[in-house]
Design a protein around this ligand. Sequence first.
Ligand code: GCU
Length: 656
Amino acid sequence: MSRPDAAGVDPAWLPPEAFRALGLRRTLIRGAGPLVDTVRGEVANACGRFGGRLVEDGGSPDLLLEVADSQRGTGSEGFVFARDGGTTTVTASDARGLLYGLFHVVRLGEAAFDGESPRETHRPATALRMLDHWDNVDVHPVMGQVERGYAGGSLFWRDGRARGERERIRAYARLLAACGINAVCVNNVNVHDAEARLLTDRIGEVAEIAEELRSYGIRTHLSVTFAAPIVLGGLPTADPVDAAVRAWWERAVREVYAAIGDFGGFVVKADSEGRPGPFAYGRSHADGANMLAAALAPYGGTVHWRAFVYDHRQDWRDRTTDRARAAYDHFAPLDGEFAGNAVLQVKHGPMDFQVREPVSPVLGAMPRTRLALEVQATQEYTGQQRHVCWLGPMWSEVLRFRLQEEACVGETVRGGIVAVSNVGDDPFWTGHPLAQANLYTFGRLAWRPDADPLRILDEWIALTFPAAPERLAAGLHRVLGGSWATYEKYTAPLGVGFMVQPGHHYGPSVDGYEYSPWGTYHFADRDGVGVDRSAATGTGFAAQYAKPWSEIYETPGTCPDELLLFFHHVPYGHVLHSGKTVIQHIYDTHFEGVEEVAEALWVWEGLADLVAPARHARVAERFEEQLRCAREWRDQVNSYFLRKSGIGDERGRAVY
Ligand code: GCU
């Protein structure tokens, strides 16, 4: 079906066929500048392929794409779409809006040129829709080229230097723009020695990447180390109130902007998992972030300060320390202290990208701070791109969740929506070809957080497999649509999390982290399982939520089933709202999860005649591994709980 394009990679959701409707038309483009040139290039390409043409003013176009100052209320990235009297019009006040309008027309296909359509204004819900690449410049001895990367090497770096594959980066930027992403951070949040230098003497390499990304409206960001004034500048301290330190950062930022005029800003992981930060100097995280914000402010840059701060050297014997509490305890008291161009970047859950977590209470506790939501497109804990796990429904749940009555998360994250990228130098971009759906869905949800994820999935299917027969579209929908729920069924139960193999985090190990310093425990014993995070008898985490959630999560009787073991330690015989006991729920879901994987594999096998052989084979091969791994999860989890509890499966299935 789709063949690799000029850059030798899969065209993903932009195969030439997706441009057919556009390429058959006469299009008039009004406007000037590099992004308008990008739009013109796209249209010219499509016309070259399908026989339409670009027309000059005076002709009668089927499609008018124009940049016009008069478009109020669309913002710099929005556009107005209308169709009347046989002409389809996309009008934007800025070329960026025009670019997004063009891809809107591509998505609509023939429907963009059909009948009449009243004026519709489209604009993104948030100004920053970003991908963070956890890419290393040097190959890290443990984490490799891409930390938590499951799609080969980095697109940007190889063996210590920039790859310089501009065409591929441009192809990537194009895919991102087509789903609405407008910012990319090009290096890992864990900034090691080589990566630290990107900020100073190696900024030229970043500038080359930025040039390609810019051609599709994407701004480049860098992860920096808080200790840069020491490790790069030779200063004795990185204390954020020290005048020499502040002056060092000001100089560094000036040089960055001299190289990259539209540089987006910094991403910072400080005082987190051993990274340096302001705590060493007795300063707060607001002090640290604001120092960088002050250096960036004159140029319009932003600092993304991560809230992933917790004690990773905890004693498992200590039941009072609760990692889930950490981000709120550290940051909520700082609300109102962060500069206007400082964004606090918060993981969606209080722990670490588990398949099921409650929404982080930090997202509801800092009304005077610009917050960004961070999710993981890379499937660290959700099958590492060997398993099909489409995360659209999970992200949508988070974005629609109302921590307070007035607003849902999608509305409160004024600082942006960020995903850790799932892309590498793999010919399919994402290792698992179907993991492309996660990247696409992320971009579209970041643009419109209240969109129906299943409609986005169908949109992705229609673009990626143009002119797909109904059987293929329905099959793909079936394989992907419920895959997150399936993954949840065969892995850690009822929100308890982890139970993964330590270090690489793939596959089951129920007690893998139980006696570790990482703060991720399930506390299973012969009587029960789960973490008591109630205010009455537990760690008090439940009280970090506003009402009604603090009350709902406080007791097992009101806590939603799917989060029960996140919030409570209950006996195996505890009866869920579903009517099942916890132990029977564990058995049932684990058997069901494996059956669902087997069924999805069967559906996929039935699509062999409709999918290009290389793509079909790659997915089929990964499905075999998913099935093997899901069985392993099922049998280890079920056997573990049978042995702990002594309570058998009431349906008498095989448990070991
Ligand atoms: C997870 C992940 C790390 C990563 C960290 C982070 O813990 O396993 O590889 O560095 O998140 O978000 O900073």
